[in-house]
Design a protein around this ligand. Sequence first.
Ligand SMILES: [Zn+2]
Ligand SMILES: [Zn+2]
Length: 225
Amino acid sequence: MSALAKFNRLRAIASLLYPPACTICSASVAAGEYLCAECDAKITRIVPPFCAKCSEPFAGAISSAFTCANCAHRTLHFDAAVAAYRSRGIVRRVMLDFKYGRQIHLRHPVARWLLAALDDERLRSRRFNIIIPVPLHPARERQRGFNQAALERIRYTTTQTAFDRAERMENLHGAFRLRKNADVRDLHVLLIDDVLTTGSTLSECARVLKEAGARSVHAATAARA
Ligand SMILES: [Zn+2]
Ligand SMILES: [Zn+2]
């Protein structure tokens, strides 16, 4: 029996022991699904109109003179940061359980939301030379058991949520650097992160990458606050 066939058989046995259930409400779902149709329908998709640069959605129509409140009066160093879902309710809960609750199987719905961002027209047709995940602080990196490439986080930044926008930028300055021997000169970079809040983290990563010669930096996240 091939390794894959063995794996599928094990999975079939496991699903008899642990029938697949919705991760939110425990309703039974088809194998390979993590949310039931009812919970899935409660997820908020980001639809136009939204800011082309940071994906912040707006209520109502955009007039020709609009400015995005999130982008106003500051420089965001990425070319565009794209998210397809709002990080609220069920999405937020799944993301938190995935990140901090060690529920690794939730990578599947998270990956789906990220894929939806990658399918956005701002990213879909672009060619990227390198994909770089936003680095975790080394202590967290060890906790989560995987290593990151190209960029590294060199300074611990306290949790960002208590800061306003200006303080976030200040708090992050100097938090990242290019890894030794990493070369991003002339590359079109795609940054990946879980959640975009104000865009400060992605912007700081983009600043470092562009300073190191990256030609463009776009970002995709699984969700947006
Ligand atoms: Zn459900
Ligand atoms: Zn914006």
